[in-house]
Design a protein around this ligand. Structure first.
Ligand code: ZN
Length: 134
């Protein structure tokens, strides 16, 4: 079961300028900036109530974010749902026939383990499952 929208991810070319823009737009404070080296991304988070907004900037040209921006330009990249037990959710969704990009969860930003679903099986919306590291 998905418990809530944990965050919405937005792909940007320039993280610093996105951070300045969003701080002004939402009158919110930047929560943190974090690099996930294995994914080739630098991320930032803003917390708004129960939900966060994540901005993602590529740190190299092979990064999935670099490829996304090349193809689609900047913009909405994924929706992340909070789950209690990511392994159980992966199995549940696999049994239902959803395609997963990550059948084994991996380390994400913000102290989470994460897995992505293939957008092919979800109306072209990239979905991230995330679970707090215990
Ligand atoms: Zn995310």
């Amino acid at each position: 079961m998905f418990r809530k929208i944990e965050h919405i991810g937005i792909a940007v070319k320039d993280l610093d300028s996105a951070n300045r823009m969003f701080a002004e737009l939402a009158s919110a404070e930047l929560l943190k900036v974090e690099e996930v080296e294995s994914e080739g991304v630098k991320t930032s988070f803003f917390k708004l109530g129960e939900t966060k907004i994540e901005f993602l900037e590529a740190t190299n040209t092979d990064s999935p974010i670099a490829k996304f921006i090349e193809k689609n330009g900047e913009g909405m990249h994924h929706i992340a749902f909070d789950v209690e037990d990511i392994h159980a959710e992966i199995n549940r969704l696999k049994d239902l026939g959803f395609q997963l990009i990550n059948e084994t969860p991996k380390e994400g930003a913000d102290n989470k383990i994460i897995a992505f679903l293939h957008p092919k099986s979800t109306n072209r919306v990239l979905i991230e499952l995330c679970q707090d590291k215990k």
